[in-house]
Design a protein around this ligand. Structure first.
Ligand code: A3P
Length: 336
């Protein structure tokens, strides 16, 4: 075997020396939350273990014009959007009662590029698998717009960005972190106050939160054919309207027949958290070794933050939001 190739014929795009020297040159912090070591790559914080994967992704991935890529920060509704997009795109192939989501977790049908595809061991699914996927490929990434592989930015592939009000996103992250610690038998204690401080300092995974959101927001305004900007709260509030935006954006509008059959209502109901949570496939097992499948479906509410934020935290976050969002035209609903 050529030493520049792995056993899967994926070129080793980054050498160990390059990786080590890059790691040393990047800013590091130990986040208060969970004592996790984060490094700042291209302006955003990532766990050290993701760096090699992201470099592989940036240097290897070739977008197709037909690709549909879900992007967003962790805990903002990615799993929900994966279920919806998968069901919408495949609606002519699978009637609801044969939907592969009945047997697969959404994360197993719409791969996350940096976690699932560009894993260090190149297990299945792996980068090579990308060429085998039929078009349109449905994929996801947490990368900020500015760090996307070049072909994702320059091709005609489309990006569906989902965001969520930062208070609920943070509350959800707290619960997900707790579930992760429990699953890894960690002795670390995750304190909401610490996570809050990290969040405000922009030091959560793939953060700073506002910079991530605002870059995609601006791209969606400048290039609405390229980036569709969705908000979790809007999807909750008026799913029909926003799913119509999704189908128009991806060029698969509902036909008069589908309208007469209320297909949109069936999709909304099938992908609702109440239904997804009750599916056997989502009740047990893990994703990527440590993440319990059920932890991706928790409450799915708008406004749960009220049980966790002190009045002082609300004041601080409101100020931060005002500062960061000023002049952008972007707003968040905190309750419905
Ligand atoms: P909560 O922890 O607030 O309940 P992500 O998929 O980006 O990791 O986000 C997870 C959050 O989305 C969790 O929020 C989860 O409950 C919620 N979620 C998952 N599936 C959902 C669905 N079908 N409808 C609404 N919310 C959903």
């Amino acid at each position: 075997m050529n030493k520049n190739e792995t056993h899967n014929d994926i070129p080793i795009i980054i050498s160990q020396e390059e990786l080590e020297s890059l790691k040393q040159s990047l800013p590091h912090v130990s986040s208060t939350n969970n004592k996790m070591e984060l490094i700042n790559y291209q302006g955003f914080w990532i766990p050290e273990s993701l760096l090699a994967r992201i470099l592989q992704l940036q240097r290897h991935f070739l977008a197709r014009d037909s690709d549909l890529i879900i992007t967003g920060l962790p805990k903002t509704g990615i799993t929900w959007l994966k279920s919806l997009l998968f069901t919408i795109v495949n609606r002519a192939i699978y009637p609801v009662n044969q939907n592969p989501l009945l047997k697969n977790h959404p994360q197993e049908l719409v791969y996350n590029l940096e976690s699932d595809i560009y894993g260090e061991a190149f297990e299945y699914p792996r980068p090579q698998h990308l060429v085998e996927l039929p078009s349109p490929r449905l994929l996801s990434t947490h990368l900020p717009y500015t760090s996307l592989p070049e072909s994702m930015r320059t091709s005609n592939c489309r990006l569906l960005y989902i965001c969520r009000n930062p208070l609920d996103a943070l509350t959800s992250l707290f619960h997900f972190g707790m579930s992760y610690l429990k699953n890894t038998n960690s002795k670390e204690i995750l304190r909401f106050e610490d996570l809050f401080d990290d969040f405000c300092a922009g030091r959560t995974i793939h953060g700073p939160f506002f910079e991530h959101v605002i870059t995609y927001w601006k791209m969606s305004l400048e290039h609405p054919e390229k980036v569709l900007f969705l908000k979790y709260e809007d999807l909750k509030d008026d799913p029909k309207h926003h799913l119509k935006r999704v189908v128009e954006f991806i060029g698969m509008p509902f036909t008069p027949f589908e309208k007469s059959q209320s297909i949109i209502d069936q999709i909304i109901e099938f992908c609702s958290i109440g239904n997804m949570k009750e599916l056997e496939v989502n009740k047990s097992g893990v994703i990527n070794k440590f993440f319990e499948k059920k932890s991706y479906f928790r409450k799915g509410e708008v406004g749960e933050w009220r049980n966790y934020f002190t009045p002082l935290m609300v004041e601080k976050m409101t100020k931060l939001m005002e500062e960061k969002l000023e002049g952008t035209g972007l707003t968040f609903k905190l309750i419905l």
